[in-house]
Design a protein around this ligand. Structure first.
Ligand SMILES: Nc1ncnc2c1ncn2[C@@H]1O[C@H](COP(=O)(O)OP(=O)(O)O)[C@@H](O)[C@H]1O
Ligand SMILES: O=C(OP(=O)(O)O)[C@H](O)COP(=O)(O)O
Length: 401
C-alpha cells in the first residue's frame, strides 16, 4: 500500500500533482468539483506549514482547451481560502526561483505540465524519472504527493517519474478515490449491472468495454463513443465534419475493437435509435437513426425515443455505472439524454457510480442531489479502468516507494 499525508515529515517543500483538468468555455476555465476536492489536500498541507508546489495539466496539446493554468490558480485560491501564486513556467529558471522563494504555508502553482515536452508521451516510470523535468524539480523539493487519481491511468512524467526519485505519498483525494473505486471493483451484484457509456474520449471507454463484458450485462451507448458504434453498424453518422476532430482518428484507432465487440457482444450493447441536432431555427431537432441517409450534420445528443428505451433498463438494474455524457449537456437543448439517464438512476435505489470531470458536473448543473447517487467520482477514464481490476500506473508508482 502507499504512504499518505499522515506519514509526511514536518516542514517539507512538497511537490503535489493535482488533476485540475477542467471544461474551458470561450477561453474561460469553468469551476468544477475537482477544485473543491483537491482544495482539501492543499489546505491541509499549507495549514501544516509545508511549502506547497502544485503541478497539474489542462487539455491536450493542439486542442482548444490546452491553456495556461493561470485561471486555475485563482479558482483554487477561492476554494482553499488562501493565496495561490502562479508561475508561467514548468521547471525552468522562473519556476525554480519561485519554488526556492516559498515560505512555510505558501502555495505555488506551476504552468500546465503538458507544456513541458517530457511530460508526454506515455513511457515507463524509469524513463520518466530520468527526464530533465523530473530531475530538476526533484532537486528543489523534499517530497512528492500524488492527489491526481483521475489522471493516474496515464504513465506521464508528473505522475510516475517523481515517486522513483523522491519520498512519495498519496493525497486525500487519491486515498479516498482509490479506496472507493477499488472496493466497487470487487463488489458483487445480484441483479442486472448496466453501464452508460458516452463522452468524447471514446478510446478510453472502448478499451475498457472489452474487459468489462463479464461484469456488465448491458452497455447503453451515446455521445461520441455511441456514434462510432452506430457507424460500425453501417449508419451515416460518427464521422468528422469540417472543423471537427472527434471521430475519424478514434474510428481508425478503435474500428477493429468496435466491430469485434458488436460481433461478439452485440446483445449486450444498446445503441441509440434516434439522435438530436440543431435545426434551421436553432431548436432541437430529432431524427430516427434508420432515417439518416446523408452525412450532412452533427448530432449533439441521443433522441427522446432512445431515452425511453434506456430508462426501463436502468430502473430494472441493481447497479448502474456512468462514464461519459450522452450528449452536449452543457447546452440545455442537448441535455435530454444525459439528464434522462441520471434522473432514472436518482429515482431508483440501485447502486450507482457517476464518473468523469465533465459528466459529474451535469448532476450539479441540472439541480440533482448528489446523495441520490452511490458515488460521484471526479475520475472518468481512471475509474472505469479500475473497475476492470487493471492497475493504474500512477497508483502503482506510489506503491513502489
Ligand atoms: N454528441 C456529442 N457532441 C459533442 N460533445 C459531446 C457529445 N456527447 C457528449 N459530449 C461531451 O462529452 C463530454 C464528456 O466527455 P468525456 O471527457 O469523455 O467525459 P468525462 O470528462 O466526464 O470523463 C461532455 O462535456 C459532453 O459535452
Ligand atoms: O480529465 C481527465 O480524465 P477523464 O475525462 O477521463 O475524467 C484526466 O485529467 C485525464 O486527462 P486526459 O484524458 O487528457 O489524459
Amino acid at each position: 500500500m502507499f504512504k499518505t499525508l499522515d506519514d509526511l515529515d514536518p516542514e517539507q517543500c512538497v511537490l503535489v500533482r493535482l488533476d485540475l483538468n477542467s471544461p474551458v468555455e470561450n477561453g474561460e476555465v469553468q469551476d468544477n468539483r475537482r477544485f473543491d476536492r483537491h482544495a482539501e489536500t492543499v489546505r491541509e498541507l499549507a495549514e501544516a506549514g509545508h511549502r506547497v508546489v502544485l503541478m497539474a495539466h489542462q487539455g491536450r496539446p493542439g486542442d482548444d482547451d490546452f491553456v495556461s493554468l493561470e485561471q486555475h490558480a485563482d479558482i483554487l485560491a477561492g476554494h482553499i481560502g488562501r493565496d495561490v501564486g502562479f508561475v508561467a513556467d514548468t521547471y525552468g529558471d522562473d519556476a525554480i526561483a519561485a519554488i526556492d522563494a516559498l515560505e512555510a504555508g505558501e502555495v505555488l502553482l506551476l504552468e500546465n505540465t503538458r507544456m513541458c515536452d517530457e511530460e508526454l508521451p506515455e513511457e515507463d516510470p524509469e524513463v520518466k524519472a530520468d527526464t530533465e523535468f523530473v530531475r530538476t524539480l526533484a532537486e528543489h523539493v523534499d517530497a512528492y504527493v500524488n492527489d491526481a487519481y483521475s489522471a493516474a491511468h496515464r504513465s506521464h512524467a508528473s505522475l510516475v517519474g517523481f515517486p522513483l526519485v523522491l519520498p512519495a505519498y498519496a493525497g486525500r483525494v487519491m486515498q479516498t478515490e482509490y479506496e472507493a473505486n477499488s472496493s466497487i471493483a470487487t463488489r458483487e451484484f445480484d441483479g442486472q449491472v448496466t453501464m452508460v457509456v458516452g463522452g468524447t474520449k471514446a478510446t478510453d471507454v472502448i478499451d475498457v468495454m472489452n474487459n468489462l463484458g463479464d461484469k456488465v450485462d448491458q452497455f447503453l451507448l451515446g455521445g461520441i463513443a455511441g456514434e462510432l458504434f452506430l457507424r460500425a453498424a453501417g449508419n451515416d453518422v460518427g464521422f468528422d465534419l469540417d472543423g471537427m476532430d472527434f471521430f475519424d482518428d478514434q474510428w481508425e484507432a478503435n474500428r477493429e475493437t468496435i466491430e469485434s465487440l458488436l460481433d461478439e457482444r452485440g446483445d449486450q450493447i444498446k445503441l441509440a435509435v434516434d439522435l438530436a441536432y440543431e435545426d434551421e431555427t436553432d431548436d432541437r431537432g430529432e431524427i430516427a437513426v434508420a432515417n439518416i441517409t446523408e452525412k450532412d450534420r452533427a448530432y449533439l445528443d441521443v433522441g427522446s425515443m432512445t431515452v425511453d428505451e434506456y430508462d426501463p433498463i436502468i430502473r430494472d438494474s441493481e447497479a448502474v455505472f456512468v462514464k461519459g455524457a450522452l450528449g452536449l449537456f452543457e447546452d440545455e437543448r442537448f441535455a435530454v439524454g444525459t439528464t434522462g439517464v441520471l434522473r432514472a438512476i436518482a429515482e431508483t435505489d440501485c447502486f450507482s457510480v457517476v464518473g468523469g470531470g465533465d459528466t459529474s458536473r451535469a448532476i450539479e448543473m441540472y439541480g440533482m442531489d448528489e446523495d441520490d447517487f452511490g458515488h460521484v467520482s471526479i475520475a472518468g477514464g481512471a475509474y472505469i479502468r479500475a473497475l476492470t481490476g487493471a492497475p493504474l500506473a500512477g497508483v502503482e508508482a506510489l506503491k513502489q516507494d
